[in-house]
Design a binder for this molecule. Structure first.
Ligand SMILES: N[C@@H](CCC(=O)N[C@@H](CS)C(=O)NCC(=O)O)C(=O)O
Length: 107
């Protein structure tokens, strides 16, 4: 089971879409920005950057992952889906992921 910490924003949607595409079971924990829940000490233990999304993989020693791009890679590698194993094909997928993270997401 994956615990997803998120809110209804584009970065949050990326993690949700990935979990749905992979068919992984997950529970949504809504982070209320109006209550600054993303800055609470308990949440900062999960994501020191105080932002959503983040996940905890309950099936992997409660391993926490933050940063939407890192979550996508973690889930792809966990399931062996979405990221090709061929070096050139994998590089192409990661290039578009980095392009999205660095060039589109912040804007
Ligand atoms: N680089 C981060 C950006 C995360 C981010 O900016 N999340 C926003 C919502 S889309 C957030 O948590 N905002 C609340 C805040 O900054 O306090 C990622 O890709 O996960």
């Amino acid at each position: 089971m994956i615990d997803l910490y998120t809110a209804s924003t584009p970065n949050g949607w990326k993690a949700s879409i990935c979990l749905e595409e992979l068919g992984l079971p997950y529970e949504v924990n809504f982070i209320d920005f109006t209550k600054s829940e993303q800055k609470a000490d308990a949440y900062l233990d999960i994501n020191p950057n105080g932002r959503i999304p983040a996940i905890i993989d309950r099936d992997n020693d409660d391993f926490a992952v933050f940063e939407s791009g890192a979550i996508l890679i973690y889930l792809a590698e966990k399931t062996g889906q979405l990221l090709p194993t061929d070096a050139k094909e994998r590089s192409c997928a990661l290039q578009w992921l980095m392009f999205q993270m660095g060039g589109i997401g912040p804007m």
